[in-house]
Design a protein around this ligand. Structure first.
Ligand code: DAH
Length: 329
């Protein structure tokens, strides 16, 4: 049966109705426009016609061709839209690998120390890193001529403000802001104008302060000995307290621990100097206290057997990745 070119539009529309995939569409397209397609063979029949008929028929066939192409394009667009909305999501596909970072060893050590002292009823305090001489020195009984005031140690921002050289300044903020008893733990960054393999211009300290009635040096020794055995998870670490000097404690001591058969200094401590209590209007006849301060990098080096202080500040991914599976809790 010969097909009339004027029927092609209708026939194509019928065929398109049953097309659900792009693949079906390609087959329909080739049924009409392929090498042996219906329209193609009508084009081929042109040569049987005379000159005048050819011209007329050619124009008609081209019009039909354009109509068919348009219909095919429209159908293709509508298939794309419906297929997009029916894309199936496979919920069983494993997720792409997500590279979690690690906590910095300094953060890990701070958290570990905080957790130990939380157990003993200490509260965590924060204090400003930009301080006045009053908080960093004077109120801590560090007189004008004390070597810690030397410009070589302290970063001055102007003649009033400086970067705190120790976390001891937080003792003063804590005591000013409420009334005894106090059990304060203050971790944070401190700054000193010093830089070599064992010193960094910025490092971390933790300050401890306990003020109450009847606090004695024995309380200090008890808590610090317990802290050391908790931190290193070893009840048999030997410790000793050597007399020392700090302007804000009297008496003062340094605590050493036995590590690899050597005595190693780990922190400074002492009984809060009555002048410090007086500076924050606490009656030193009624209250007494102890304080201690330690360098966090030193504890991190011991805990993770790190030999060079500088690795803490380089943030080398290979170094940090080693701490990936250690949780902050
Ligand atoms: N602030 C001292 C320092 O930076 C450390 C220190 C020593 C803190 C003795 C104290 C203390 O609270 O009692 O070297």
């Amino acid at each position: 049966m010969d097909i009339n070119h004027t029927d092609l539009e209708y026939l194509l529309k019928e065929d398109l109705k049953s097309c659900n995939k792009e693949h079906d569409l390609l087959q329909v397209k080739s049924k009409y426009l392929g090498k042996k397609g219906l329209l193609t063979s009508l084009f081929a029949s042109i040569k049987k016609l005379n000159q005048e008929e050819r011209k007329k028929f050619g124009v008609e066939l081209n019009n039909v061709k354009n109509t068919l192409l348009l219909l095919l394009d429209k159908k293709l667009d509508s298939l794309k839209v419906t297929n997009q909305s029916t894309i199936k999501i496979d919920l069983d596909v494993p997720p792409r690998h997500h590279n979690n970072g690690s906590h910095h060893p300094i953060s890990l050590v701070i958290k570990r120390i905080e957790n130990i002292f939380l157990k003993y009823g200490f509260d965590i305090h924060d204090g400003p890193e930009i301080e006045t001489e009053h908080y960093n020195f004077e109120s801590l009984n560090i007189g004008d001529n004390h070597p810690a005031r030397d410009m070589h140690d302290t970063f001055y921002l102007n003649n009033k403000l400086l970067l705190r050289t120790h976390t001891s300044s937080v003792q003063i903020h804590a005591m000013e802001n409420s009334a005894p008893p106090f059990r304060v733990l203050a971790p944070g960054r401190v700054y000193r104008c010093d830089s070599d393999p064992t010193h960094s211009p910025m490092f971390h300290q933790i300050e401890g302060l306990c003020v109450d009635t009847d606090i004695t040096f024995s309380n200090l020794k008890w808590i610090l000995n317990n802290f050391i055995s908790d931190f290193f998870d070893n009840k048999n670490i030997k410790t000793r307290f050597r007399p020392s000097y700090f302007p804000f404690t009297e008496p003062s001591a340094e605590m050493d621990i036995m590590f690899n058969n050597k005595w190693l200094e780990v922190l400074g401590c002492g009984m809060v100097h009555p002048n410090v209590l007086k500076n924050v209007n606490i009656d030193s006849k009624k209250y007494s206290g102890f304080a201690f301060g330690l360098g966090i990098e030193r504890f991190a080096m011991l805990a993770y057997q790190i030999k060079d202080l500088r690795v803490f500040f380089e943030n080398d991914i290979n170094f940090l990745e080693q701490f990936k599976n250690i949780r902050l809790s």
